[in-house]
Ligand binder design. Structure first.
Ligand SMILES: Nc1nc2c(ncn2[C@@H]2O[C@H](COP(=O)(O)OP(=O)(O)O)[C@@H](O)[C@H]2O)c(=O)[nH]1
Ligand SMILES: [Mg+2]
Length: 160
């Protein structure tokens, strides 16, 4: 589902990133915004407020369900994030069903030593994510796929 803005033109989807501290929300935000030189395509997002980076405490110290339900109203998509280096999941089974928005899973740090992206994927699927992306935000791997998901053909580009 995509929100129609006042001008009735379709903007890129707005995503809210959710995940524990250290998962890589801010790094992914920077990668999508093109602040790293390795990824040229997204620099234009810089001028556009299509990413909401949340502090991890919001996921840890309050119930995630409340967060997803309330904060998701601000966005078109919720990005439920999990690092490949996690030992356990903070997400309850099928928590995604509580969201009023589409929820995608994002597995980070796929190249880290001892990384288990397969495990993170399983936990995200258990949470209810149907679509899952795999990224190394430092190397820029997988960033283009998320960007393509957020900006469908015909969407208004955030530059003139
Ligand atoms: N190799 C690698 N490191 C990452 C990745 N995402 C985050 N990091 C590192 O993990 C640390 C925490 O990332 P940060 O974005 O601050 O996490 P946040 O608390 O969720 O915002 C930083 O040192 C990042 O460089 C990733 O996809 N790959
Ligand atoms: Mg952060």
């Amino acid at each position: 589902m995509k929100l129609l803005r006042r001008n009735q033109k379709r903007d890129m989807k707005k995503i809210i990133l959710v995940g524990r501290t250290g998962t890589g929300k801010t790094t992914l935000t920077q990668a999508l915004k093109g602040k790293q030189i390795y990824y040229h395509k997204t620099q234009y997002v810089n001028h556009y407020d299509v990413i909401i980076d949340t502090p991890g405490e919001y996921c840890e110290n309050r119930t995630l369900a409340n967060g997803i339900i309330i904060y998701a109203y601000e966005a078109d998509v919720v990005g439920l994030m999990m690092s490949s280096t996690e030992d356990y999941s903070v997400y309850s089974p099928n928590i995604v069903s509580l969201s009023s928005r589409d929820v995608i899973g994002i597995v980070t740090k796929i190249n880290d030593v001892g990384a288990r992206p397969d495990l993170a994927e399983q936990w995200l699927r258990l949470a209810g994510c149907k679509t899952i992306f795999f990224v190394d935000s430092v190397k820029g791997e997988g960033i283009a796929d998320i960007f393509s998901y957020l900006k469908e053909e015909g969407d208004v580009l955030p530059w003139k």
